[in-house]
Design a protein around this ligand. Sequence first.
Ligand SMILES: C[S@@+](CC[C@H](N)C(=O)[O-])C[C@H]1O[C@@H](n2cnc3c(N)ncnc32)[C@H](O)[C@@H]1O
Length: 251
Amino acid sequence: MTNNPSENHYKKIANIYDNLWSYSPEYIKFTTEKIIEHLHLTPTDILVDIGCGTGIYSKEILNQTQLQQPIICVDPSAEMLEKIPTNSLLNPIKMDGVEFSQKPGTYNKIFLKEAIHYIEEKFLLFQNLWQKLTPGGIFLLLLLPPTIEYPLFTKALDLYEQKQPHYQELINLLQKVGFLVDFDIIDYPLKLPKIQYFQMVENRYMFLLSEFNDTELAAGLKEMEEKYQDNSVLKFSDRMIFITATKPEYN
Ligand SMILES: C[S@@+](CC[C@H](N)C(=O)[O-])C[C@H]1O[C@@H](n2cnc3c(N)ncnc32)[C@H](O)[C@@H]1O
C-alpha cells in the first residue's frame, strides 16, 4: 500500500468523526436518500462503499433499504473501520481504494464519497471500477465543489481551493473510460450553533485543517471569531456534487 498522509489524520479523529462530520442526523438521512436515489439501489444489488470511513452512510443505507447482500466497506484506516459495528450486512475491508479495485470481484453499484482527493491514480481507479461493474452498473462519485461557502478562515478556504479536484476533470476521465456520465448539484442548508462549528474547526474536522499548526489554527479561529462576533448560529450551505457514471448495458 502507498504511504497515505491522511492515515494519521483519520487515526486521530476516528473516535469523534461521526460527531464532527454528521452535522445532524437529518443531514445524514437526507444525503443517504440522495445516494440511494442516484444509485438506483435495489435489494439484490451488490454494493461497495470505497473510502467508507466509519461507515456512517452505509449504516444509514441499511436503515433505508432492504439490501440482501452485505455492503463491502473499503478504507485504508483501521481506526475508522473499527467504528463499523459488527453486522452481517457490513463487510469491512482495510485497503486502499486503488488496491481494492485491482482485486477480483463483480459488483452492481459502487460509491465513493469525499475521498477522491486522496487518490492519486484516479484514471486507473476508474478503469478498474469499470471492469468490476456489471453492464448497467453504476459508480457514484460524491465530492465537494471547487469552492465552498463554509465559515472557515481565509487561509483554509484558499488551501481548499488549491487542493480540491475539479468535478469537470473527473467527469472527463470517467467519460474517457467509457462511462455515461450525469451530474447533479445538491444543496443542503445547514444551521449550526457557532460554538459547535468552532469546536469542529478546533478539532481539525477537515483533513486540510491538519495542514495548519496550532498557532496558525488559533489565528484562523481568531479571524472567524471576529467575523462572526454577532452570530450565535452559523448558516451556510453544504453543496455536494453527485457524479453518476453508468456502465452501458451494451458496448
Ligand atoms: C472525509 S472521509 C469520508 C468518509 C465517508 N465516505 C464519509 O463520507 O463519511 C475520507 C476517508 O477516505 C479514506 N481514504 C484515504 N485515502 C484513501 C484511499 N487511498 N482509498 C480509499 N479511501 C481512502 C480515509 O481513511 C477516510 O476514511
